[in-house]
Design a protein around this ligand. Structure first.
Ligand code: PAF
Length: 295
């Protein structure tokens, strides 16, 4: 059973009428790829109802960013999910799924809307937050709004947006929202490029250039795994400064995976995070790796 709800009013009525059951939520901006579908599948397997939202949220795009050209492919998205639902035998398992895809921005932000949810600068002022001021306020504002409407038990987020995952986890914890956040592994294409709705903007040559991103992350990860952390640090510095000489990097950093600070004595795991501009397209990716203090 698949329901498609195009207005907040319709959605609220639908939600009020849901019996007490486990609700999994997958918030997206559409243009679904197999990364999104892995979230939907995980939610279908672990909940009675799965709610998938599709909303290109203007508040998280800066004035010169790609809000206008962000791909909107609702028909295709619905049919991909329908196929997953059928092929996974979810109907027979008694699972149910609904799409919440507000037709207009005013469905989510009525004209008199005047609230911003903002997680502190310590987490949001780094990495993507540094080069995209206001981006995370836009994300937390819409995610909070969607959480209030959907009232999920669990919410599924891809780890490609690792900083987004940490920011939303912080918001859930600070605001005592009774929602379990489930991080899901990054999906990659056969060449190793992390799947993203923005990959389709890349020409053949740009795709080749984009592959430098997963390659350098892997190289740094290997260096960390094969060396004591003390030995690894100067090698990594050199690798990063070498790579920064070519290509248009927004950032390329190795940070503590829990607070995004410079790795410190208590750091156990780091996130190697990169953002690369290829033509007009900005791509992000990351890898997590445990530090090795004894070898
Ligand atoms: O990750 C995304 O696609 C978006 O940032 C989200 C979480 C759907 C909020 O608009």
């Amino acid at each position: 059973m698949i329901e498609i709800l195009r207005s907040t009013h319709q959605f609220l009525i639908f939600r009020q009428n849901l019996p007490e059951c486990a609700v999994g939520f997958v918030p997206t901006m559409g243009n679904l790829h197999s990364g999104h579908l892995s979230l939907v599948k995980e939610s279908l397997e672990n909940n009675d109802w799965t709610i998938l939202s599709i909303f290109v949220n203007p508040k998280q795009f800066g004035p010169n960013e790609d809000f206008e050209r962000y791909p909107r492919t609702l028909g295709r998205d619905v049919s991909l999910v329908r196929d997953l639902f059928r092929e996974g035998g979810f109907e027979e398992k008694g699972k149910k799924i609904a799409f919440f895809c507000p037709e207009k921005v005013s469905e989510v932000y009525p004209p008199d809307y005047n609230t911003t949810i903002s997680v502190g600068n310590e987490l949001t002022g780094r990495l993507c937050g540094k080069s995209r001021p206001g981006h995370f306020d836009g994300v937390t504002t819409v995610v909070f709004q969607l959480f209030s409407l959907v009232k999920p038990n669990k919410a599924y987020f891809g780890q490609k947006d690792y900083q987004q995952y940490l920011v939303i986890k912080r918001m859930i914890s600070d605001l005592n929202l009774n929602i379990q956040i489930i991080p899901m592994p990054i999906k990659r294409d056969k060449d190793g490029l992390a799947l993203s709705s923005r990959n389709q903007f890349l020409t053949g040559d740009q795709k080749t250039e984009a592959l430098v991103l997963p390659k350098i992350l892997e190289k740094i990860k290997k260096t960390i795994k094969e060396n004591n952390w003390l030995t690894a640090q100067p090698i990594i510095k050199e690798i990063i400064s070498d790579y920064k000489r070519s290509h248009s990097w927004d950032y390329l950093e190795v940070l503590d995976s829990t607070d995004l600070k410079e790795p410190h004595e208590e750091s156990h795991t780091v996130v190697i995070a990169g953002a690369l501009k290829v033509g007009e397209t900005r791509l992000i990716d990351n890898k997590l790796v445990e530090l090795n203090y004894v070898r």
